[in-house]
Write a protein that binds this ligand. Sequence first.
Ligand code: HEM
Length: 157
Amino acid sequence: MNATMTGWIAAGAFDLKAAIQAPHAQHPVLVHFPIALFIASAVFEVLAMWRKQPVFGAVAYFNLLGAALSLPFTIATGLGAWRWQLEGAKLKGILQLHLLCALTSAALILVLWWKRSRLHAQQRQPGAGYFALMTFGLLMITLTGHLGGILSGVEPP
Ligand code: HEM
C-alpha cells in the first residue's frame, strides 16, 4: 500500500472512485496477476511431474496463459506509474533495474508460454530445459516485485 492509500485509510475516507481513476493507481493492482499466475503455473507444473497427473499440466498451461495475457496491462500501467507517480524520473538505479527485470521476466514468460503451448498441443510433458527456464523466470519475477516494492515505498531499500 502506498503513502496515498495509507493517508486515505488513516483519514477514514477511502475514496474508491478516486483510487480507480488515479492514473498511477492501477499498476500495484495489476502486478499481482502475472506474479501469482506464473507462480501458480510453476506449482502445478511440479505437481504434474511429481503426481504424474496430466490434468495438473493443463492447469499449469492455463495459468501461464493468464500470466502472459496480463503482461501488456502490467507493463503499460508500469509505464504510467513511472510517468505519473514518479513524474517521469530519470531512468537509473532501482527504477532502471525494475524495468530491466520486468522486461526480462515478461520475455521469459512469453517464451515459456510458447514452449508450453506446443507441448500442450502435442500432449507432452516439459523437460529439464523448461524447468531450468521456469526457475530463472521465478527468480526474475521475484526480483522485479521486490524492486517494485522499494519503488512504491512498501519495502525498505
Ligand atoms: C512484469 C512486469 C512488472 C511487474 C511484475 C511489476 C511489479 C511491480 C510491483 C510488485 C510493484 C510494487 C507495487 C506495490 O505494492 O505498491 C511495482 C511498482 C512500480 N513499478 Fe512495476 N512491475 C512491472 C513492470 C513495470 C514497468 C515496465 C515499469 C516502467 C518503468 C514499472 C514501474 C513501476 C513503478 C514506477 C512502480 C512504483 C509505483 C508506485 O509508487 O505506486 N513496472 N511494480
